[in-house]
Design a protein around this ligand. Structure first.
Ligand SMILES: C[S@@+](CC[C@H](N)C(=O)[O-])C[C@H]1O[C@@H](n2cnc3c(N)ncnc32)[C@H](O)[C@@H]1O
Length: 209
């Protein structure tokens, strides 16, 4: 059987089914551990959550004072995120703009965001190009946080839940981020804090100017 294409139809169908069958469980999922760790010392400002899914991280950021642009190309995931935000109250909901966009070509306004987050997004084209495009949205002094689930568990060689997907790697991020412009604060593989297998590539970089 051919692996899925991980295109818009794939994600829309997956989100519609997941939210229909397990909507309550999804709504209770904790925000991403890497994000909570790496953003804890940042002063809130403008954030972009690129590939936000149903919005657990967007909601966490908004609850911590960030004004968030939450981008995904799954209408079902965005609708769920919006309803969770409304349930969380006006203060949180008003800090979030939900936007249906395709990240394979959508580009953020240059240097707009104090924090750009892109977690577990499969890239159809070049990873380095995607990293550079995400990085272009970061304001001077701002932070880029990228996390990719590696497709193979290095401990066992077994395929992980991200098998056949192309997500960000430490190598691709290093290649895309010019050290004259970016201070790499974290660029490493870490064990996954959630159920599953393998490691996550975690990249945190600060734009120098
Ligand atoms: C594995 S989920 C991760 C969601 C969320 N970032 C998280 O950490 O739970 C990948 C998300 O990226 C979205 N996505 C994948 N490719 C995309 C694209 N080209 N444009 C916009 N969203 C995309 C999917 O719809 C899905 O919500």
């Amino acid at each position: 059987m051919n692996p899925p294409k991980f295109d818009q139809d794939f994600w829309e169908e997956l989100w519609a089914k997941t939210l229909r069958d397990h909507g309550d469980k999804v709504a209770r999922r904790s925000p991403n551990a890497h994000l909570m760790l790496e953003a804890a010392d940042l002063a809130p400002g403008r954030a972009l959550d690129a590939g936000c899914g149903h919005g657990a991280e967007t909601l966490w950021l908004a609850a911590h004072g960030w004004h968030v642009t939450a981008v995904d190309f799954s209408a079902a995931a965005l609708a769920h995120g919006r309803s969770l935000a409304e349930a969380a109250g006006a203060e949180v909901a008003e800090r979030i703009d939900w936007a249906e966009r395709d990240l394979s070509h959508w580009t953020a306004e240059p240097r707009r965001y104090d924090l750009v987050v892109c977690l577990y997004v499969h890239v159809a084209g070049s990873v380095e190009e995607m990293v550079a495009r995400m990085a272009s949205g970061v304001a001077p002094g701002g932070t880029l946080l990228l996390v990719g689930h590696r497709p193979i568990d290095p401990a066992t060689g077994a395929a992980t839940a991200a098998a056949n997907q192309v997500q960000v790697s430490v190598e691709a991020a290093r290649a895309a981020l010019d050290p004259r412009l970016w201070e790499l604060m974290v660029a490493e593989e870490r064990p996954r804090a959630v159920a599953g297998t393998g490691v996550d590539a975690v990249i945190r970089a600060r734009r120098r100017s």
